[in-house]
Write a protein that binds this ligand. Structure first.
Ligand code: SUG
Length: 448
């Protein structure tokens, strides 16, 4: 049976703004308080989805969340009508209002960890929503994420959903941003590669000194257990704490994998030799031939990787077996990175590099790979997905018109205090759930 990797891209929400909310994420911090353009941000993301669909890749879409999150503000003690809650938060605790307005759910690589059916004990595709508990503004995403994934992958014969892990830092889980899967074919059993930043229960593991390590070993192990993965199909690796301290807040900022290929920076991991040997041996056990492409620091420094987001790229398999690397415009703007990419395509499996302008998302630290959640599906499983979220030429046109109708083209901090923004968002999202056939996934649609 045929199988596919389907990329579900997060649609940027109407409140996209630069809140400076992510300590340890260099772009988020350095662009704090700049004016944003939500309409352009959503259009940039949609343009990528359309281009990849037209190149023959399977493409889906994941809806944004309801923001401002009035329910979250109420849980912090703000009361009255929805408009009063927003006005009071703006007056008394602006940082909390900004956090409750973040459109950060667009970075759906952090929405969940997904294990394809060929890897799991019960033969279903497993999803665990990420608790994202390192940052308050992201920790409020998972309940709606779970409802959304449930509405997209509802057929229990094929799909199993797990709630987010306990909401404490010891089980900090950032989803697929720290998870890669290697396989010969998407439908065959593969090796799932979990990269963590620290151990919460074993002090022998080193940890970064400056910035937080968002993912713990114990969280990764819990996800592997929940998904019913077997030991011969799992490899764990510790991210190099020194690169976390240079702004590599997720593993997908320093490495990316697909099929039998791992594309990584020389400084990405601790004990790199042992990690690669395990990946090679375990993938060989599944009939695969592991290939590692190491980018030496002499060619691309960690700082250049962080600025350009070279590794936050999408490594995609084309029909002829070769690979395409989807990178952000910032890679072309960096001389060393661009020189490296030009020689990369002359040898090895990556034959083409495609550049996208994703500046609106990039300024918050979200590149092409952050914007997508990969779900490997067999043909019968793809047929069981809610077809409303599968990208088509006509869905693309509908979504662009929807964005143009509902999104502002400028948004600054002061605008977040305007209760009118909440009404605009709700009207837009209500319509979106009908377009994508999601049902009532948002809190405002579920109030009695
Ligand atoms: O969690 N930025 C996101 C970026 C997520 C990138 N995802 C991956 N690497 N997979 C984060 O740090 C910034 C929001 C703000 O500052 O307004 C933010 O949440």
């Amino acid at each position: 049976m045929k199988s596919y990797e389907v990329n579900f891209d997060g649609l940027v929400g109407p409140t996209h703004n630069y809140g400076g909310l992510s300590y340890g994420n260099v772009a988020s911090q350095s662009n704090s308080q700049q004016g944003s353009n939500p309409r352009e941000a959503a259009r940039q993301g949609l343009a990528k989805m359309k281009a990849l669909m037209e190149m023959g890749f399977q493409q889906g879409v994941l809806a944004p969340q309801e923001r401002p999150d009035v329910a979250a503000l109420r849980s912090l003690g703000f009361s009255g009508s929805d408009a009063e809650v927003i006005r009071r938060a703006a007056k008394e605790a602006m940082p909390l209002l900004v956090a409750s307005c973040s459109a950060s759910s667009m970075w759906v690589a952090n929405a969940a960890t997904v294990s394809p059916s060929a890897d799991t004990a019960d033969g279903r595709v497993h999803f665990t929503a990420a608790n994202l508990n390192c940052k308050y503004h992201r920790s409020i995403e998972h309940p709606t994420t779970s409802r959304m994934l449930g509405a997209m992958f509802s057929d229990e014969r094929h799909f199993a959903h797990h709630a987010a892990l306990p909401a404490v830092a010891q089980f900090g889980d950032e989803g697929a941003a720290n998870h890669t899967r290697f396989c010969r074919d998407y439908g065959e059993a593969g090796v799932e590669f979990f990269v963590y930043g620290r151990s919460a229960f074993d002090s022998r593991y080193p940890a970064p000194q400056k910035y937080p390590a968002r993912q713990t070993l114990e969280a990764s192990q819990a996800v592997a257990r929940l998904h019913g993965l077997s030991d011969d199909g799992v490899v764990y690796a510790q991210q190099n704490p020194a690169v976390i301290d240079q702004g590599v807040f997720h593993n997908d900022v320093i490495s990316v994998g697909n099929g039998e290929v791992l594309f990584y920076h020389e400084d990405a991991f601790l004990e790199t030799g042992a990690v690669l040997a395990q990946l090679q041996a375990k993938l060989a056990g599944k009939g695969g031939n592991f290939q590692a492409i190491c980018v030496p620091r002499s060619a691309v420094a960690v700082e250049d990787a962080v600025r350009s987001y070279l590794f936050n790229s999408q490594l995609l398999s084309r029909a002829d077996g070769s690979m395409l690397l989807v990178v952000p415009e910032e890679c072309r703007n960096n001389e060393r990175v661009w020189a490296y990419l030009n020689q990369l395509t002359g040898q090895g499996p990556v034959k083409e590099v495609k550049v996208f302008d994703l500046k609106q998302s990039m300024q918050n630290g979200g590149g092409p790979a952050c914007l997508r959640l990969r779900v490997a599906l067999k043909e019968s499983e793809l047929a069981a997905v809610n077809q409303g979220v599968i990208m088509t030429a006509s869905l693309y046109d509908t979504l662009v018109q929807w964005v143009d109708r509902h999104y502002r083209d400028r948004l600054g901090e002061a605008d977040l205090a305007d209760p009118q923004l909440l009404d605009e968002c709700r009207t837009a999202l209500d319509e979106l759930t009908r377009i994508l056939k999601l049902g009532s996934v948002y809190p405002f649609q579920r109030q009695p």
